[in-house]
Design a protein around this ligand. Structure first.
Ligand code: GDP
Length: 525
């Protein structure tokens, strides 16, 4: 179990996450040539309309868990490490999904475009990592293209997010002239050679400092000087500080040329934490060596017409998982048979027979499972629920023809339990017109697209003039209901939410009625 590493890549769209994922798998020799995972070679796949939407927009809605073995050169064991890379949706509108994914990992790789520096989506996701105490490794990508200087990038990260980068590998050659990396801990130079189209693992030549100086001249001297400057400023790696979320080991790379990719794998194996026990709702820790338990972090349906079903992804927290095992669903107390356990890799699936803490397993036909649910083998355990995000977009959803009402209800219940959107109801609007609350408006499109493709129900979305929600209680709800520009709803999980048109309306109500309960909703467990 100590050999497992489970992580996610957080980045702004276009920073190179897909390219890096391919490069990592290539290095681990899972695929022989980059380009195989994302089906760029024109692989056939039958996809639902929903996937069509995803394709048309060039965004990734679905999450995937990629597992590969990696034999570290520094390992003294013949047994390879097992790396689980859990994919996160790229678009900001699906940050709630990303948040759930981040509850399933032990570390994150923050991938930054060398020219662009910190971007909004990276920042948002980084905040989630910070809240959850997930240690972060920073990769400056696209070093083969002109960009900022290493020290500018380091300063930007330190100043804007208060995370101190501690580069492990410092670039030799400015952005756009990527020659190799100075290994700051050994003082050696790792010189890279380009391969055709970056499709193969880039050959490396390891040199001692003298040879590097002769070879690269000023470029080497500059790297050495800047590295010494960092040492003087106390920016050398310290494991404790990294695990505490105060510093971030940093690597400069080019995912496209496969430069720095092996160094990232080595860093994950050497420094990222292995799976650890998890506290249950009572605060008692279930250790990884205890009997089987897992947390569902994502539920997905209608992904692929050739596998029409509902898939729940669980992350194993403790014990050994064996396919066919009958486990208990903590939320209902009912047994759940795991006959169809799968690994989902891109659009391909394969059967999983055995899995261990840190691994991600997809469970087919998981109709009863919802994100945050616990599965276990005796003794009983239940992990804390995954908190939901504060929604910022609100729309009423209506079924177009009354004869479809039954299917509409069924569809709504399913999409609700999958966590596609938050569903709000009140007596005034009635059951036929629930209000959907989302972090990003694209979530609404997913709802209407899936209503149509999976349930054959045509619906209309009508944006409402609310932009913020506060949690309230039954007592305050009465008074809030009388306020202009305020509406109170019950969310499916039972929470009472008051919606406000804007922050001024909220401020006014708070001022006029200081005793009302109005708590911000935040996704900070
Ligand atoms: P994602 O949206 O984060 O998954 O980004 P992609 O992996 O799709 O990459 C976005 C674009 O940047 C693509 O055109 C890639 O070919 C390009 N790209 C990714 N990594 C690198 C890199 O290291 N160097 C250069 N020059 N381009 C890169």
């Amino acid at each position: 179990m100590k050999r497992r590493r489970t992580f996610a890549i957080i980045s702004h769209p276009d920073a190179g996450k897909s390219t890096m994922t391919e490069a990592l798998a290539l290095h681990a020799r899972m695929i022989s040539e980059a380009g195989a995972i994302h089906g760029k070679a024109g692989r056939k796949s039958t996809v639902s309309d929903w996937m069509e939407m995803e394709k048309a927009r060039g965004i990734s809605v679905s999450s995937t868990a990629l597992q590969f073995n990696y034999s570290s050169e520094h390992s003294d064991s013949d047994v390879p490490n097992v790396i689980n890379l859990v994919d996160t949706p790229g678009h900001a509108d699906f940050s709630e999904d990303t948040y759930r994914v981040l509850t399933a990992v032990d570390a994150a790789v923050m991938l930054i475009d060398a020219a662009k520096g910190l971007e909004p989506q990276t920042l948002k996701l980084f905040q989630v990592c910070r809240h959850r105490g997930i240690p972060v490794i920073t990769v400056i990508n696209k070093w083969d293209r002109p960009g900022q200087t290493p020290l500018e990038l380091i300063d930007e990260i330190a100043e804007r997010i208060g995370l101190t980068p501690t580069p492990l590998y410092f670039p030799v050659g400015i952005a756009g002239d990527f020659r190799g990396l100075l290994d700051r801990r050994t003082g050696q130079y790792i010189r890279f050679t380009r391969t055709a189209g970056g499709a193969k693992v880039a050959p490396e030549e390891i040199m001692e400092a003298d040879a590097a100086a002769t070879r690269e001249g000023d470029e080497w001297t500059t790297a050495l000087e800047e590295s010494e400057l960092l040492t003087e400023m106390g920016q050398d790696h310290e494991q404790e500080m990294f695990l505490a979320g105060q510093t971030s080991p940093m690597i400069f790379a080019s995912a496209m040329l496969n430069f720095g990719v092996r160094q990232l794998l080595e860093t994950l194996v050497e420094l990222a934490p292995p799976p650890q026990g998890r506290a249950d709702v009572d605060g008692d820790v279930r250790e990884v060596t205890d009997p089987f338990s897992a947390v569902v972090f994502k539920v997905q349906a209608g992904m692929d017409q050739s596998h029409r079903d509902r898939l729940a992804y669980m992350r194993i927290v403790s014990g050994e998982f064996e396919r066919g095992m009958v486990v208990t669903h903590a939320q209902t107390g009912k047994p759940f048979a795991t006959k169809y356990a799968q690994a989902v890799f891109g659009r391909d699936r394969s059967t999983v027979d055995l899995a261990y803490p840190g691994d991600v397993v997809g469970l087919v036909n998981a109709m009863a499972l919802a994100p945050g649910d616990t599965l276990y083998i005796e003794p009983r355990v239940q992990y804390p629920p995954i908190p939901s995000f504060a929604p910022e977009h609100f729309s009423a959803l209506r079924v177009n023809t009354a004869d479809k009402y039954k299917q509409f209800r069924k569809a709504m219940d399913q999409l609700d339990s999958e966590g596609v959107v938050q569903v709000l109801r009140n007596d005034l609007r009635g059951d036929a017109s629930p209000v959907l609350a989302a972090v990003g408006p694209m979530q609404f499109e997913v709802v209407t697209a899936r209503m149509k493709s999976e349930f054959n129900v045509a619906t209309t979305i009508e944006p409402l003039g609310y932009s913020l929600a506060r949690r309230t209680d039954a007592e305050s709800a009465v008074e809030l209901g009388r306020q202009r520009g305020v509406e109170v709803f019950t969310r499916t999980d039972g929470a009472l939410l008051a919606l406000f048109s804007d922050k001024w309306r909220l401020q006014y109500v708070e001022k006029e009625h200081p005793n009302l309960t109005l708590e911000p909703l935040v996704a900070t467990a």
